[in-house]
Design a protein around this ligand. Structure first.
Ligand SMILES: Cc1cc2nc3c(=O)[nH]c(=O)nc-3n(C[C@H](O)[C@H](O)[C@H](O)COP(=O)(O)OP(=O)(O)OC[C@H]3O[C@@H](n4cnc5c(N)ncnc54)[C@H](O)[C@@H]3O)c2cc1C
Length: 471
């Protein structure tokens, strides 16, 4: 019988498998995806948020524990477990040498933006290279890997893991780590979680999923039905506004539209609905997914003029281009009269001071609702561009409740051989909100803990078995 069974094939699963193997356990990893789609959402990532008290290779200055904790406290509005959050934060300061040992390389951010250069270490080659490095290392260490292996249920005996099932196949192991992601790819479940709005729409019908199609939440649902302790709200997720032309799954980071703060955003009725200049875009981009999700038809349009071109990362697909505002409205299928009125009202309200996109500048609107509080300049210089936006779901927060041992719990009692890591338990640390790079910090910290604990649990079973035989 195998010692440790790891279910999932992303960062958390790979960290668990590597740690268990390093601790001497035999390990089998089951990845639902085929080999070419392996790595879940982790393949789309770019960086890891890291605590450090002094400059560390690619990280500049310091990002002490307290500051990291305060950042997390702020974005979650206090819906976080301080003990577990601090555990993740501390682990983030020391995991990179281990990661390097398994072939992961780091680089400073290409943009050179100081605030991320201080807090986040970027993976050279992105998440895809990280995942490939971990698979290579796991294979070299003798971890058995199976692709196209979606586990549909577990056999449990009073909170104790016995076996996993893939259809008719039964796979026994001495211990198990669940690292099968959230349920964001399950459109039916997303529909149920978001429900129907006052307009009779089902908002989730218009969501795009930024990552893998394989995080269907099958095991999360199974564990909920099996009575495992749960944490988090099913409607909470990381959700950004992305290019409406993105594919339903796996569009990844290149589907972002980063010109919102340079222009205005209107909904299907050609009305503005939120302050586009509230704060720097990296601090605001994660709220726009939900804002768009609340609009009729869950669609919105980011509108800029020629003055904005060259001031933001160009999206993969060019915007809809027009020489006049009325022509742009027609091309975007918006009511031209209403659209032109909205832009003219906005233009009239602009009080342009010294435009500076690197600061919270003094260009703002006056007497307009909603106001645009920074970077407000009239949209008056053709050509004009429009980008349709849709809510893009990154990952869900509903998960299994854990303590610092990563053990799955039933009625408050930790399992002796079933552990969980990554998105399946991220809700313990992230009740809501997000700060860039913390998803990988949680998965790395808890993946490593879960793998170590699972190896220990397997060893304990072997010992107990030998004792029983001797008795
Ligand atoms: C576009 C994008 C960019 C992101 N960028 C960053 C970033 O830069 N930094 C950061 O910290 N976070 C980022 N995130 C979030 C990050 O991806 C997650 O927090 C992290 O990858 C979660 O790791 P995980 O191992 O729990 O899940 P995943 O990497 O999603 O892995 C889940 C695995 O489980 C497998 N699986 C699912 N169901 C089953 C089943 N029933 N049986 C067997 N296997 C199953 C899946 O195939 C997959 O391999 C990003 C996410 C996206 C979508």
């Amino acid at each position: 019988m195998i010692d440790v069974l790891v279910i999932g094939g992303g960062n958390a699963a790979l960290c668990a498998a590597l740690m268990a193997r390093e601790a001497g356990a035999s390990v089998l990893l089951l990845e639902a995806a085929p080999r070419e789609w392996r790595g879940g959402n982790s393949q789309h990532t770019r960086n890891l948020r890291c605590m450090h008290d002094a400059p560390q290779d690619v990280l500049v200055d310091a990002y002490p524990e307290e500051e990291y904790w305060q950042d997390l406290l702020k974005v979650t509005g206090g819906i976080t477990d301080e003990k577990l959050a601090r555990l993740v934060i501390r682990a983030s300061s020391s995991c990179r040498d281990w990661m390097r040992g398994h072939g992961v390389n780091f680089q400073p951010p290409l943009s050179g933006a100081l605030h991320v250069a201080r807090t986040n270490a970027f993976f050279m080659g992105g998440g895809k290279a990280l995942v490939n490095a971990y698979y290579r290392s796991a294979e070299a260490l003798g971890v058995q890997i199976r692709y196209n292996a979606p586990v549909d249920s577990l056999e449990l005996a009073d909170g104790h893991f016995v076996a996993a099932r893939i259809g008719q196949e039964r796979i026994e192991a001495r211990s198990c780590v669940l690292a099968a992601g959230g349920f964001e790819s399950n459109l039916e479940w997303m529909r149920e979680a978001w429900g129907q709005n006052e307009r009779g729409e089902w908002p989730a019908d218009n969501f795009l999923i930024r990552g893998t199609r394989f995080n269907q939440g099958v095991l999360l649902k199974f564990m909920m039905q099996a009575g495992a302790d749960i944490i988090g709200d099913p409607s909470q997720s990381h959700c950004v506004a992305i290019d409406a032309r993105a594919p339903l799954y796996d569009g990844g980071i290149c589907t972002r539209i980063d010109c919102v703060s340079l222009g205005v955003v209107v909904n299907r009725d050609a009305e503005r609905f939120y302050d586009e200049g509230e704060d720097f875009w990296p601090k605001r981009y994660a709220i726009w997914g939900r804002l768009v999700a609340m609009q009729p038809g869950q669609i919105a349009y980011s509108i800029i003029d020629a003055k904005a071109v060259g001031r933001f990362m160009p999206p993969v697909f060019p915007g809809v281009r027009a020489d006049s505002l009325a022509e742009l409205a027609a091309k975007l299928e918006l009511d031209p009269a209403r659209f032109v009125q909205t832009i003219e009202d906005y233009n009239r309200a602009c009080r342009v001071g010294s435009f500076d996109h690197t600061q919270l500048d003094d260009c703002h609107t006056e007497g307009l609702t909603p106001a645009k509080t920074h970077w407000a300049r009239p949209i008056d210089t053709g050509p004009f561009y429009g980008y349709a936006l849709r809510p893009g779901i990154t990952f869900t927060y509903l998960g299994l409740k854990v303590d610092e041992t990563a053990a799955v719990r039933f009625g408050g009692k930790p399992s002796d051989n079933l552990f969980v890591a990554g998105e399946m338990m991220a809700g313990n640390v992230l009740g809501k909100g997000y700060t860039a790079g913390v998803g990988m910090s949680i998965g790395t910290a808890f993946g490593r803990i879960a793998g170590t604990r699972a190896a220990e649990a397997a060893r304990a079973q072997v010992k107990n078995g030998a004792r029983r035989e001797a008795a």
